[in-house]
Design a protein around this ligand. Structure first.
Ligand SMILES: [Zn+2]
Length: 171
């Protein structure tokens, strides 16, 4: 009897992992998410419940998705529309500022609504980088790189994790 109980206890975390892996992606949305008007503050447990495991790892723990992943392939095919924070719904980028940088992550040369994009200095990789976060919920989005020689109006590359974005196609 004891060994059966041990087996159940040992197997439980694995069954949870399987469930987490098959959670459906939350892209895209048919209607724009409600725009938050004030700063969004949630507990770690609330974020964990709301987001997919991948979104939680990226947005709340400054994770990075794999380059050239499934979300990036979807991003390349998306037409006109807007990109919102997957955490709080704030408008971050527009497809008008999207460009193909071939880096393997969604790239924009300018935020559509700068007030919702926050920039800060990030020394985490032993070098100074500009971190891009959502100004409304503080979620990590990616990094901004400047002066790489892209023929865009700003020559800035907002290198953003696709899983941190919710795409809303233009009507
Ligand atoms: Zn946000």
């Amino acid at each position: 009897m004891n060994s059966l109980r041990t087996l159940i206890v040992l197997a439980l975390p694995f069954s949870l992992l399987v469930c987490a892996a098959c959670e459906p992606a939350k892209h895209p949305m048919k209607t724009p998410p409600e725009e938050p008007t004030t700063t969004v503050v949630k507990t770690d447990a609330e974020w964990k419940q709301q987001l997919t495991p991948e979104q939680y790892r990226i947005l709340r723990h400054a994770g990075t998705e794999a380059a050239h992943g499934k979300v990036y392939e979807e991003f390349k095919k998306q037409g006109g529309g807007t990109y919102h924070c997957a955490g709080c719904g704030a408008l971050l980028f527009s497809s008008e500022q999207k460009f193909d940088s071939r880096c393997g992550w969604p790239s924009f040369y300018d935020p559509a609504k700068a007030k919702n994009v926050k920039l800060s200095q990030d020394y985490s990789m032993g070098t100074l980088r500009t971190e891009v976060t959502c100004a409304i919920c503080g979620g990590h989005l990616g990094h901004r790189f400047d002066g790489e020689g892209f023929h865009t109006p700003t020559d800035q590359r907002y290198c953003i994790n696709g899983a941190a974005l919710t795409f809303v196609p233009a009507k």
